[in-house]
Design a protein around this ligand. Structure first.
Ligand code: ATP
Ligand code: MG
Length: 407
């Protein structure tokens, strides 16, 4: 690691190396954007982006292994083993005619032009071994905890409406306020978020929910964003339940399904919203299961009831389920329920068909006709074992299967 003078930025060796290589070839190069912001905040950057005056072909000539990951936008990824670093040529974005995609990108040899196209002052700083380049007061805004557009907010949101949602998301991730002029423009242009794809909205909402200040969700309502991207949330707010939702989110663990389930518990229409926002099937399944099994009164279950729940929900859902139930209802004491669940696992009790002491093959050998009745019998045996784990031996189960055929 090498440190750049009085700033709090420690670049990975690899990043310094890339910058140095580009400089040795006569180009300018800097770490830029999120990594500079996060380092200055003392947060670990997720990745290090490099911006350079070198054209993509020039960059490719310098590094032995590169991948054209975003060549149209000037991005080349330099590979070092399995690790890749994105190197992007300084660019100005062309006109935006649909508040979504720039119609063209144009390369430039000016760092200032490149920083100008970036969304917020805190995201528009660059640094290398010569120090920090901060042309728009990003350092001050970081110190004051402010999200502020680079340039005229209305113009910037007019170019790309996603930035409105990004402002709220960064506010939630960093605990920052949004500067008044930026806030006003966001309110004014919120309706243009209708042009943004469901995938990008989902991704921003996800980051907002999973942030340290998920209660900034209230900004979506204050700015009239909910009406455009999540009308169900506007209804929640209008029914006076937004503050409660925000408080619940703020107390929830950092679990994707748990936090989405909380939001959807308050908005209703969970399936419709998740399909609209193009959730993956696994998340849809888990969130729906959380919402469904939340109805079970876990604090008053006896061991048989808990085993039944573990069987119906699946063991892997139990911890998220307790987390969700606890987050949705902070007054509930779930210590006993958690302990009971744990003791069932520790006792090695069977809670699924796979762990029964007999399988379908055994049943058929014992004379149960192949077909539907095998599965039905297994279900019946599981029910018996959930009620009384001591029945889970081959002898007892075969006896149960054969003697007590319909019950
Ligand atoms: P994170 O990766 O934590 O979400 P980030 O700041 O790195 O945060 P990215 O989306 O990775 O955000 O973008 C990298 C940089 O590109 C940003 O810091 C910003 O300078 C610029 N940028 C990204 N999206 C936009 C946009 N919609 N409009 C203008 N600039 C943008
Ligand atoms: Mg990033």
């Amino acid at each position: 690691m090498s440190s750049s003078d009085n700033l709090n930025i420690t670049m990975p060796e690899r990043v310094s190396y890339i910058i140095q290589k580009l400089e040795e070839a006569g180009h300018e190069a800097y770490a830029v954007g999120g990594c500079v912001r996060d380092s200055m905040l003392g947060r670990e950057p997720q990745d290090w982006d490099i911006t350079t005056s070198a054209l993509p072909e020039e960059t490719k000539a310098i590094f032995s292994r590169t991948v054209d990951t975003g060549i149209k936008h000037g991005t080349v990824t330099a590979m070092f083993g399995k690790e890749g670093y994105e190197i992007t040529t300084y660019r100005v974005d062309g006109k935006y005619s649909d508040s979504r995609h720039p119609d063209s990108v144009e390369f430039t040899r000016s760092l200032e032009e490149d920083l100008k196209r970036r969304d917020f002052t805190i995201n528009a700083m660059a640094c290398n071994s010569d120090g920090l380049v901060d042309m728009f007061g990003g350092k001050d805004d970081l110190e004051n905890g402010l999200i502020r557009c680079v340039g005229v907010p209305e113009a910037r949101f007019g170019e790309d409406a996603l930035r409105i949602l990004r402002a709220v998301r960064f506010s939630a991730q960093l605990g920052f306020d949004i500067d008044p002029a930026t806030l006003e423009a966001a309110r004014k242009l919120a309706p243009t978020l209708a042009n943004i794809s469901a995938e990008r909205i989902h991704s921003e909402l996800h980051k907002l929910l999973m942030s340290d200040w998920p209660d900034r969700l209230v900004l979506l309502h204050e700015l009239g964003i909910d009406r455009v991207i999540l009308p169900e949330l506007e209804r929640t707010a209008k029914s006076g339940r937004m503050n409660e939702l925000c408080a619940r989110l703020a107390g929830a663990p950092y679990d994707t399904a748990v936090r989405w389930a909380l939001l959807l518990l308050y908005t209703g229409s969970a399936s419709e919203i998740m399909h609209r926002l193009k959730f993956d099937n696994q998340t849809i399944y888990t969130v729906k299961a959380l919402l469904r099994f939340r109805q079970v009164p876990v604090t008053v279950l006896d061991p048989a009831g808990m085993r039944r729940l573990m069987s119906d929900a699946g063991r892997e859902l139990m911890e998220p389920l307790f987390a969700f139930i606890g987050a949705a209802d902070p007054d509930l004491d779930l210590t006993g329920a958690r302990r009971l669940c744990r003791s069932i696992i520790d006792a090695g009790d069977c809670t699924d068909i796979k762990s029964l002491a007999v399988n379908g093959h055994d049943l058929m050998q014992a004379g149960i006709p192949a077909g539907k009745s095998v599965g039905e019998t297994l279900e019946r045996l599981l029910s018996a074992v959930l009620a009384d784990p001591s029945l889970n031996t081959p002898e007892k189960l075969l006896e149960l299967a054969l003697n007590n055929k319909q019950d």
